[in-house]
Write a protein that binds this ligand. Structure first.
Ligand SMILES: Cc1cc2nc3c(=O)[nH]c(=O)nc-3n(C[C@H](O)[C@H](O)[C@H](O)COP(=O)(O)OP(=O)(O)OC[C@H]3O[C@@H](n4cnc5c(N)ncnc54)[C@H](O)[C@@H]3O)c2cc1C
Length: 403
Protein backbone atom coordinates (compact mmCIF):
# COMPACT_ATOMS: atom_id res chain seq x y z
CA UNK A 1 0.00 0.00 0.00
CA UNK A 2 1.26 3.53 -0.74
CA UNK A 3 1.09 5.63 2.41
CA UNK A 4 1.78 9.32 2.84
CA UNK A 5 2.46 10.72 6.28
CA UNK A 6 2.12 14.48 6.59
CA UNK A 7 4.55 15.80 9.22
CA UNK A 8 7.96 14.56 10.29
CA UNK A 9 7.57 15.09 14.02
CA UNK A 10 7.31 12.56 16.85
CA UNK A 11 4.10 10.93 15.64
CA UNK A 12 4.86 11.22 11.90
CA UNK A 13 8.29 9.59 12.12
CA UNK A 14 7.03 6.82 14.39
CA UNK A 15 3.96 6.03 12.30
CA UNK A 16 6.02 6.00 9.09
CA UNK A 17 8.52 3.60 10.67
CA UNK A 18 5.81 1.26 12.01
CA UNK A 19 3.91 1.27 8.68
CA UNK A 20 7.15 0.50 6.83
CA UNK A 21 7.84 -2.49 9.09
CA UNK A 22 4.51 -3.90 7.89
CA UNK A 23 5.86 -3.78 4.35
CA UNK A 24 4.12 -0.64 3.10
CA UNK A 25 5.62 1.92 0.78
CA UNK A 26 5.80 5.02 3.00
CA UNK A 27 6.63 8.66 2.27
CA UNK A 28 6.86 11.46 4.83
CA UNK A 29 6.13 14.99 3.63
CA UNK A 30 7.68 17.52 5.98
CA UNK A 31 7.51 21.24 5.34
CA UNK A 32 10.68 22.12 7.25
CA UNK A 33 14.23 21.68 6.03
CA UNK A 34 14.67 18.93 8.63
CA UNK A 35 12.53 16.56 10.66
CA UNK A 36 11.79 16.78 14.39
CA UNK A 37 12.11 20.53 14.92
CA UNK A 38 9.76 20.49 17.90
CA UNK A 39 11.30 17.33 19.32
CA UNK A 40 14.62 19.14 19.27
CA UNK A 41 13.47 21.71 21.81
CA UNK A 42 11.63 19.28 24.07
CA UNK A 43 12.75 18.84 27.66
CA UNK A 44 14.94 21.97 27.31
CA UNK A 45 16.89 20.21 24.55
CA UNK A 46 17.17 16.94 26.49
CA UNK A 47 13.86 15.39 25.31
CA UNK A 48 11.87 13.85 28.12
CA UNK A 49 10.85 11.06 25.81
CA UNK A 50 8.48 9.08 28.02
CA UNK A 51 7.52 8.36 31.62
CA UNK A 52 8.49 5.01 33.09
CA UNK A 53 5.42 4.51 35.25
CA UNK A 54 2.63 1.94 35.41
CA UNK A 55 -0.40 2.38 33.20
CA UNK A 56 -2.67 3.65 35.99
CA UNK A 57 -0.22 6.42 36.82
CA UNK A 58 0.15 7.19 33.14
CA UNK A 59 -3.58 7.63 32.67
CA UNK A 60 -3.74 9.81 35.79
CA UNK A 61 -1.47 12.22 33.94
CA UNK A 62 -3.61 12.38 30.82
CA UNK A 63 -5.84 15.44 31.16
CA UNK A 64 -8.10 15.04 28.14
CA UNK A 65 -9.69 11.80 26.92
CA UNK A 66 -7.54 9.21 28.72
CA UNK A 67 -10.01 6.40 27.92
CA UNK A 68 -9.55 6.97 24.21
CA UNK A 69 -5.86 6.14 24.70
CA UNK A 70 -6.30 2.81 26.58
CA UNK A 71 -5.77 0.63 23.56
CA UNK A 72 -2.91 2.55 21.95
CA UNK A 73 -1.00 3.03 25.23
CA UNK A 74 -1.39 -0.61 26.16
CA UNK A 75 -0.12 -1.65 22.74
CA UNK A 76 2.89 0.65 22.78
CA UNK A 77 3.99 1.32 26.35
CA UNK A 78 6.77 3.46 27.85
CA UNK A 79 8.88 0.26 27.94
CA UNK A 80 8.35 -0.11 24.20
CA UNK A 81 9.61 3.45 23.69
CA UNK A 82 12.73 2.65 25.69
CA UNK A 83 13.28 -0.63 23.75
CA UNK A 84 12.80 1.22 20.48
CA UNK A 85 15.44 3.81 21.41
CA UNK A 86 17.85 1.12 22.66
CA UNK A 87 17.34 -0.81 19.40
CA UNK A 88 18.41 2.27 17.46
CA UNK A 89 21.45 2.94 19.62
CA UNK A 90 20.08 5.44 22.15
CA UNK A 91 20.63 4.52 25.79
CA UNK A 92 18.16 6.02 28.22
CA UNK A 93 18.08 7.01 31.88
CA UNK A 94 15.24 7.52 34.35
CA UNK A 95 15.18 10.69 36.43
CA UNK A 96 13.00 12.18 39.18
CA UNK A 97 9.31 11.48 38.68
CA UNK A 98 10.08 8.53 36.33
CA UNK A 99 11.00 10.93 33.55
CA UNK A 100 13.00 9.17 30.83
CA UNK A 101 15.75 10.99 28.88
CA UNK A 102 18.44 9.90 26.46
CA UNK A 103 21.58 9.17 28.50
CA UNK A 104 23.41 11.76 26.38
CA UNK A 105 20.88 14.48 27.39
CA UNK A 106 20.59 15.27 23.69
CA UNK A 107 17.19 15.41 21.98
CA UNK A 108 19.05 15.15 18.67
CA UNK A 109 19.82 11.50 19.55
CA UNK A 110 16.10 10.73 19.75
CA UNK A 111 15.51 12.43 16.39
CA UNK A 112 18.42 10.50 14.89
CA UNK A 113 16.97 7.19 16.15
CA UNK A 114 13.57 7.97 14.62
CA UNK A 115 15.18 9.11 11.37
CA UNK A 116 17.36 5.97 11.17
CA UNK A 117 14.41 3.73 11.97
CA UNK A 118 12.57 5.25 9.02
CA UNK A 119 15.46 5.28 6.55
CA UNK A 120 16.60 1.73 7.43
CA UNK A 121 13.10 0.51 6.67
CA UNK A 122 12.82 2.26 3.35
CA UNK A 123 10.71 5.29 4.33
CA UNK A 124 11.20 8.20 1.92
CA UNK A 125 11.56 11.47 3.83
CA UNK A 126 10.84 14.44 1.59
CA UNK A 127 11.74 17.78 3.15
CA UNK A 128 10.59 21.31 2.24
CA UNK A 129 7.23 19.85 1.22
CA UNK A 130 4.56 22.11 2.59
CA UNK A 131 1.22 20.36 2.18
CA UNK A 132 -1.35 22.93 1.13
CA UNK A 133 -4.30 20.73 0.20
CA UNK A 134 -5.57 17.14 0.15
CA UNK A 135 -8.62 15.42 -1.23
CA UNK A 136 -9.89 11.92 -1.86
CA UNK A 137 -11.05 10.73 -5.24
CA UNK A 138 -12.57 7.24 -5.13
CA UNK A 139 -9.89 5.13 -3.38
CA UNK A 140 -6.93 7.47 -3.84
CA UNK A 141 -5.85 10.49 -1.85
CA UNK A 142 -4.21 13.41 -3.64
CA UNK A 143 -1.79 15.41 -1.57
CA UNK A 144 -0.70 18.76 -2.94
CA UNK A 145 2.42 20.49 -1.69
CA UNK A 146 4.07 23.75 -2.60
CA UNK A 147 5.66 22.12 -5.67
CA UNK A 148 4.18 18.67 -6.35
CA UNK A 149 1.13 16.45 -6.26
CA UNK A 150 1.37 13.00 -4.65
CA UNK A 151 -1.07 10.08 -4.74
CA UNK A 152 -1.54 7.48 -2.02
CA UNK A 153 -3.89 4.76 -0.76
CA UNK A 154 -3.72 5.81 2.89
CA UNK A 155 -3.08 9.22 4.40
CA UNK A 156 -1.76 9.83 7.91
CA UNK A 157 -2.08 13.37 9.25
CA UNK A 158 0.58 14.04 11.91
CA UNK A 159 0.84 17.82 11.71
CA UNK A 160 0.89 18.42 15.48
CA UNK A 161 -0.87 21.17 17.41
CA UNK A 162 -0.88 24.92 17.18
CA UNK A 163 1.84 26.09 19.53
CA UNK A 164 5.49 27.00 18.92
CA UNK A 165 4.56 27.67 15.29
CA UNK A 166 8.19 28.23 14.30
CA UNK A 167 8.70 24.47 14.68
CA UNK A 168 6.18 23.89 11.88
CA UNK A 169 3.04 22.99 13.81
CA UNK A 170 0.86 25.92 12.85
CA UNK A 171 -2.56 24.30 13.09
CA UNK A 172 -2.88 23.59 9.37
CA UNK A 173 -3.80 19.98 10.10
CA UNK A 174 -7.06 21.10 11.68
CA UNK A 175 -8.09 22.68 8.37
CA UNK A 176 -7.33 19.43 6.57
CA UNK A 177 -9.29 17.43 9.13
CA UNK A 178 -12.27 19.78 8.72
CA UNK A 179 -12.04 19.39 4.98
CA UNK A 180 -12.52 15.65 5.42
CA UNK A 181 -15.62 16.34 7.53
CA UNK A 182 -14.12 16.11 11.01
CA UNK A 183 -15.11 18.37 13.86
CA UNK A 184 -12.37 20.18 15.74
CA UNK A 185 -12.78 20.62 19.47
CA UNK A 186 -11.84 24.23 20.32
CA UNK A 187 -8.10 24.79 20.43
CA UNK A 188 -6.77 26.04 23.78
CA UNK A 189 -3.32 26.58 25.23
CA UNK A 190 -2.25 23.95 27.77
CA UNK A 191 0.81 23.66 30.01
CA UNK A 192 1.27 27.41 29.84
CA UNK A 193 1.67 30.38 32.20
CA UNK A 194 -1.42 32.18 33.51
CA UNK A 195 -1.81 35.96 33.08
CA UNK A 196 -2.97 37.96 36.08
CA UNK A 197 -4.68 41.35 36.18
CA UNK A 198 -2.94 42.37 39.42
CA UNK A 199 -0.74 45.36 38.62
CA UNK A 200 1.80 44.42 41.30
CA UNK A 201 2.94 41.20 39.57
CA UNK A 202 5.72 42.91 37.66
CA UNK A 203 7.18 44.30 40.88
CA UNK A 204 7.88 40.78 42.15
CA UNK A 205 9.02 39.31 38.84
CA UNK A 206 11.28 36.33 39.51
CA UNK A 207 9.87 35.53 42.95
CA UNK A 208 9.62 31.75 43.34
CA UNK A 209 7.38 30.12 45.92
CA UNK A 210 7.86 26.59 47.20
CA UNK A 211 5.38 24.33 48.99
CA UNK A 212 2.37 26.49 48.20
CA UNK A 213 -1.07 25.42 47.02
CA UNK A 214 -2.91 26.95 44.11
CA UNK A 215 -6.67 26.41 43.88
CA UNK A 216 -8.84 27.18 40.87
CA UNK A 217 -12.60 27.63 40.84
CA UNK A 218 -14.90 27.94 37.86
CA UNK A 219 -18.32 29.49 38.43
CA UNK A 220 -17.70 29.03 42.15
CA UNK A 221 -16.97 25.29 41.86
CA UNK A 222 -13.56 23.91 42.77
CA UNK A 223 -11.77 22.68 39.64
CA UNK A 224 -8.43 21.63 41.11
CA UNK A 225 -5.86 22.17 43.85
CA UNK A 226 -2.18 21.89 43.01
CA UNK A 227 0.62 21.75 45.57
CA UNK A 228 4.26 22.59 44.80
CA UNK A 229 6.32 25.33 43.20
CA UNK A 230 5.35 28.40 41.22
CA UNK A 231 6.89 31.71 40.26
CA UNK A 232 5.89 35.22 39.28
CA UNK A 233 7.01 36.43 35.86
CA UNK A 234 6.38 39.77 34.13
CA UNK A 235 2.56 39.72 34.15
CA UNK A 236 1.99 36.06 34.79
CA UNK A 237 2.46 33.18 37.14
CA UNK A 238 4.36 30.16 35.89
CA UNK A 239 6.20 27.10 37.21
CA UNK A 240 5.13 23.47 37.64
CA UNK A 241 1.81 23.89 39.50
CA UNK A 242 0.71 26.73 37.24
CA UNK A 243 1.45 24.80 34.04
CA UNK A 244 -0.54 21.87 35.38
CA UNK A 245 -3.39 24.13 36.45
CA UNK A 246 -3.58 25.72 32.99
CA UNK A 247 -4.40 22.32 31.48
CA UNK A 248 -7.32 21.84 33.86
CA UNK A 249 -8.88 25.29 33.50
CA UNK A 250 -8.44 25.92 29.78
CA UNK A 251 -11.96 24.71 28.96
CA UNK A 252 -13.62 26.44 31.92
CA UNK A 253 -14.91 29.97 32.40
CA UNK A 254 -15.27 32.49 35.24
CA UNK A 255 -12.00 31.38 36.80
CA UNK A 256 -10.96 32.41 40.30
CA UNK A 257 -7.52 31.60 41.67
CA UNK A 258 -6.46 31.41 45.31
CA UNK A 259 -3.04 30.88 46.75
CA UNK A 260 -2.45 29.12 50.07
CA UNK A 261 0.95 30.26 51.35
CA UNK A 262 0.84 27.77 54.24
CA UNK A 263 -0.92 24.62 53.05
CA UNK A 264 0.69 22.51 55.79
CA UNK A 265 -0.94 24.60 58.54
CA UNK A 266 -4.62 24.63 59.41
CA UNK A 267 -6.15 28.05 60.15
CA UNK A 268 -6.03 27.17 63.85
CA UNK A 269 -2.32 26.28 63.78
CA UNK A 270 -1.61 29.37 61.73
CA UNK A 271 -3.39 31.54 64.25
CA UNK A 272 -1.31 30.03 67.09
CA UNK A 273 1.84 30.67 65.10
CA UNK A 274 0.78 34.26 64.45
CA UNK A 275 -0.05 34.81 68.12
CA UNK A 276 3.41 33.53 69.12
CA UNK A 277 5.06 35.86 66.59
CA UNK A 278 2.94 38.81 67.79
CA UNK A 279 3.71 38.03 71.44
CA UNK A 280 7.43 38.01 70.82
CA UNK A 281 7.38 41.25 68.78
CA UNK A 282 4.75 43.44 70.47
CA UNK A 283 6.47 46.71 69.66
CA UNK A 284 7.54 45.87 66.12
CA UNK A 285 5.85 46.91 62.88
CA UNK A 286 3.59 44.32 61.25
CA UNK A 287 5.74 44.13 58.11
CA UNK A 288 8.82 42.95 60.02
CA UNK A 289 6.81 40.15 61.63
CA UNK A 290 5.34 39.12 58.30
CA UNK A 291 8.91 38.72 56.98
CA UNK A 292 9.02 35.58 59.16
CA UNK A 293 6.03 34.16 57.33
CA UNK A 294 6.36 35.32 53.73
CA UNK A 295 9.10 36.19 51.22
CA UNK A 296 10.16 39.78 51.90
CA UNK A 297 9.13 41.30 48.57
CA UNK A 298 5.55 40.11 48.72
CA UNK A 299 4.85 41.36 52.26
CA UNK A 300 3.76 44.88 51.30
CA UNK A 301 1.48 43.54 48.55
CA UNK A 302 0.06 41.06 51.03
CA UNK A 303 -0.61 43.71 53.68
CA UNK A 304 -2.25 45.98 51.09
CA UNK A 305 -4.63 43.12 50.27
CA UNK A 306 -5.41 42.89 54.00
CA UNK A 307 -5.92 46.68 54.19
CA UNK A 308 -3.23 46.97 56.84
CA UNK A 309 -0.55 49.67 56.90
CA UNK A 310 2.89 48.06 56.83
CA UNK A 311 4.03 50.40 59.64
CA UNK A 312 1.20 49.51 61.99
CA UNK A 313 2.53 48.30 65.36
CA UNK A 314 1.78 44.73 66.39
CA UNK A 315 0.27 45.85 69.71
CA UNK A 316 -2.43 47.75 67.79
CA UNK A 317 -3.41 44.91 65.41
CA UNK A 318 -7.07 44.11 66.05
CA UNK A 319 -8.60 40.62 66.18
CA UNK A 320 -10.34 41.46 62.92
CA UNK A 321 -7.05 42.35 61.25
CA UNK A 322 -5.45 39.16 62.55
CA UNK A 323 -8.31 37.14 61.04
CA UNK A 324 -7.80 39.01 57.77
CA UNK A 325 -4.11 38.05 57.76
CA UNK A 326 -4.95 34.39 58.35
CA UNK A 327 -7.61 34.41 55.70
CA UNK A 328 -5.21 35.88 53.15
CA UNK A 329 -2.38 33.53 54.09
CA UNK A 330 -4.71 30.62 53.33
CA UNK A 331 -6.73 32.14 50.46
CA UNK A 332 -4.85 34.95 48.78
CA UNK A 333 -6.83 35.92 45.69
CA UNK A 334 -4.96 36.23 42.40
CA UNK A 335 -6.89 38.16 39.80
CA UNK A 336 -7.14 35.78 36.80
CA UNK A 337 -6.87 37.42 33.41
CA UNK A 338 -6.36 34.66 30.83
CA UNK A 339 -4.11 31.83 29.82
CA UNK A 340 -0.91 32.73 28.05
CA UNK A 341 -0.80 33.02 24.25
CA UNK A 342 -1.08 29.60 22.59
CA UNK A 343 2.12 30.28 20.63
CA UNK A 344 4.04 29.68 23.84
CA UNK A 345 2.00 26.81 25.25
CA UNK A 346 3.89 23.55 25.61
CA UNK A 347 0.92 21.69 24.25
CA UNK A 348 -2.33 22.35 22.41
CA UNK A 349 -5.52 21.16 24.01
CA UNK A 350 -8.40 20.41 21.66
CA UNK A 351 -8.17 19.09 18.13
CA UNK A 352 -9.73 16.32 16.07
CA UNK A 353 -12.79 15.02 17.90
CA UNK A 354 -11.86 11.56 19.19
CA UNK A 355 -15.49 10.40 18.82
CA UNK A 356 -14.81 10.36 15.08
CA UNK A 357 -11.65 8.24 15.40
CA UNK A 358 -11.28 4.49 15.96
CA UNK A 359 -9.22 4.26 19.19
CA UNK A 360 -7.62 0.94 18.16
CA UNK A 361 -6.34 2.09 14.77
CA UNK A 362 -6.53 5.91 14.76
CA UNK A 363 -8.50 5.60 11.52
CA UNK A 364 -11.15 8.18 10.76
CA UNK A 365 -14.67 6.82 11.19
CA UNK A 366 -15.72 9.20 8.42
CA UNK A 367 -13.13 8.58 5.69
CA UNK A 368 -11.64 5.14 5.03
CA UNK A 369 -7.84 4.97 5.10
CA UNK A 370 -7.48 8.40 6.65
CA UNK A 371 -5.54 8.36 9.93
CA UNK A 372 -4.48 10.84 12.61
CA UNK A 373 -1.78 10.57 15.27
CA UNK A 374 -0.17 12.78 17.90
CA UNK A 375 -1.05 16.22 19.14
CA UNK A 376 -3.57 16.93 16.37
CA UNK A 377 -6.00 14.69 18.26
CA UNK A 378 -8.06 16.02 21.14
CA UNK A 379 -5.81 14.43 23.77
CA UNK A 380 -3.28 16.09 26.05
CA UNK A 381 -1.32 15.21 29.14
CA UNK A 382 0.79 16.84 31.84
CA UNK A 383 4.55 17.37 31.70
CA UNK A 384 6.79 14.36 32.34
CA UNK A 385 7.21 12.68 28.96
CA UNK A 386 3.53 11.77 28.58
CA UNK A 387 2.85 13.78 25.45
CA UNK A 388 5.64 12.30 23.35
CA UNK A 389 4.59 8.84 24.53
CA UNK A 390 1.05 9.60 23.36
CA UNK A 391 2.45 10.68 19.98
CA UNK A 392 4.37 7.37 19.71
CA UNK A 393 1.53 5.16 20.94
CA UNK A 394 -1.08 6.66 18.64
CA UNK A 395 1.45 6.40 15.79
CA UNK A 396 1.95 2.72 16.55
CA UNK A 397 -1.81 2.17 16.34
CA UNK A 398 -1.83 3.68 12.85
CA UNK A 399 0.60 0.96 11.77
CA UNK A 400 -1.82 -1.65 13.04
CA UNK A 401 -4.72 0.06 11.32
CA UNK A 402 -3.26 0.37 7.83
CA UNK A 403 -4.01 -2.97 6.16
C1 LIG B 1 8.99 23.75 24.39
C2 LIG B 1 8.35 22.39 24.39
C3 LIG B 1 8.88 21.39 25.18
C4 LIG B 1 8.27 20.13 25.21
N1 LIG B 1 8.86 19.16 25.96
C5 LIG B 1 8.29 17.92 25.99
C6 LIG B 1 8.92 16.87 26.71
O1 LIG B 1 10.03 17.00 27.23
N2 LIG B 1 8.26 15.67 26.76
C7 LIG B 1 7.05 15.46 26.13
O2 LIG B 1 6.50 14.37 26.24
N3 LIG B 1 6.49 16.43 25.39
C8 LIG B 1 7.07 17.64 25.28
N4 LIG B 1 6.51 18.62 24.51
C9 LIG B 1 5.32 18.28 23.70
C10 LIG B 1 5.75 17.44 22.44
O3 LIG B 1 6.80 18.11 21.78
C11 LIG B 1 4.60 17.24 21.48
O4 LIG B 1 3.50 16.71 22.17
C12 LIG B 1 4.97 16.30 20.34
O5 LIG B 1 6.08 16.81 19.65
C13 LIG B 1 3.80 16.12 19.39
O6 LIG B 1 4.22 15.37 18.30
P1 LIG B 1 3.48 15.49 16.89
O7 LIG B 1 4.16 14.56 15.97
O8 LIG B 1 2.03 15.34 17.07
O9 LIG B 1 3.71 17.00 16.44
P2 LIG B 1 5.07 17.76 16.08
O10 LIG B 1 6.21 17.13 16.79
O11 LIG B 1 4.78 19.19 16.31
O12 LIG B 1 5.27 17.48 14.52
C14 LIG B 1 4.41 18.01 13.54
C15 LIG B 1 5.19 18.10 12.24
O13 LIG B 1 4.28 18.35 11.17
C16 LIG B 1 4.89 19.26 10.27
N5 LIG B 1 3.84 19.95 9.50
C17 LIG B 1 2.84 20.72 10.00
N6 LIG B 1 2.07 21.18 8.99
C18 LIG B 1 2.59 20.69 7.83
C19 LIG B 1 2.26 20.82 6.46
N7 LIG B 1 1.22 21.56 6.06
N8 LIG B 1 3.02 20.17 5.53
C20 LIG B 1 4.07 19.42 5.92
N9 LIG B 1 4.45 19.27 7.20
C21 LIG B 1 3.72 19.89 8.16
C22 LIG B 1 5.64 20.21 11.20
O14 LIG B 1 6.63 20.92 10.50
C23 LIG B 1 6.18 19.25 12.24
O15 LIG B 1 7.47 18.78 11.89
C24 LIG B 1 7.11 19.87 24.44
C25 LIG B 1 6.59 20.89 23.63
C26 LIG B 1 7.20 22.12 23.60
C27 LIG B 1 6.63 23.18 22.71
Amino acid sequence: MDIIVIGGGASGLMSAYICATYGHNVTILEKNEKVGKKLYITGKGRCNVTNYCNSQEFFNNVVTNPKFLYSSLNNFTPSDTISFLNQFGVKTKVERGNRVFPESDKSSDVIRALNNACVNNGVKILLNQNVIDCYKNQDKFSVITNDKKYLCDALVICTGGSSYKSTGSDGFGYKLAKKFGHTIIDIKPALCPIKLKNNWVKSIEGLALKNVQLSAYSNGQLVRKEFGEMLFTSNEISGPIVLTMSSYINRKNNIELYLDFKPALSEEKLENRLLREFDANKNSQINTVMYNLLPKNIVEIFLNACNIEKTQKINSITVQQRKMIIQNLKNFELDFDSLYNIDYAIITSGGVNIKEINPKTMESKLVKNLFFAGEILDVDALTGGFNIQIAFSTANSVGKGVL
